[in-house]
Design a protein around this ligand. Sequence first.
Ligand code: ASC
Length: 231
Amino acid sequence: AMEGYRGFLGLLVSALLVGFLSVIFTLIWVLHYREGLGWDGTALEFNWHPVLVVTGFVFIQGIAIIVYRLPWTWKCSKLLMKSIHAGLNAVAAILAIISLVAVFDFHNARNIPNMYSLHSWVGLTAVILYILQLLLGFFVFLLPWAPLSLRALLMPIHVYSGLLIFGTVIATVLMGVTEKLIFALKNPAYSTFPPEGVFTNTLGLLILVFGALIFWIVTRPQWKRPKEPNS
Ligand code: ASC
């Protein structure tokens, strides 16, 4: 058991490090390589989009997915852990929505068309599914009214949908990073390996590794929270 616990801690610390580093890299990207942050209809407003997405939709959602695995919380009540899971996901949803407002606002101020790219189609789908998942989880699993039979029926779907959305968010981020680099890096071009291109490619890899670590942690059956009888 001690062996498994050590392995868990090692992977948890790695995931937290890589996730935190992803957020720092995103901040360095917009603050150092791009124009910085602001809310004025210019690129400064657009830059909130990657910052809020990586912080909320990637990092916070990733943590929310694995909160039930933390062994020192297994003595905490299930209701407390569900509230933390739902609360983190709610914060992530709010940041994701603000990140969309930043893009639409920036596009409209600059007369750039909305919703034409594959990144936008997949990304908006992910945000809509995430909000539905949050509402379904809140009413079925957090509030006390739903019968056990309905919970048992929907739990595998909730787990599958959650991981599908998380994976889709990471795929969407990779598309968004690529899109932005191709738009923004003109002189010198992305194809000539400028420092911003190499740095931001590295950010994309960090986010992929974060997703891989979260997916590994959450799919180890031995690290699941012990199920209490009659729940
Ligand atoms: C819940 C909860 C669970 C699942 C389970 C469904 O609300 O706490 O562990 O649903 O009852 O199988």
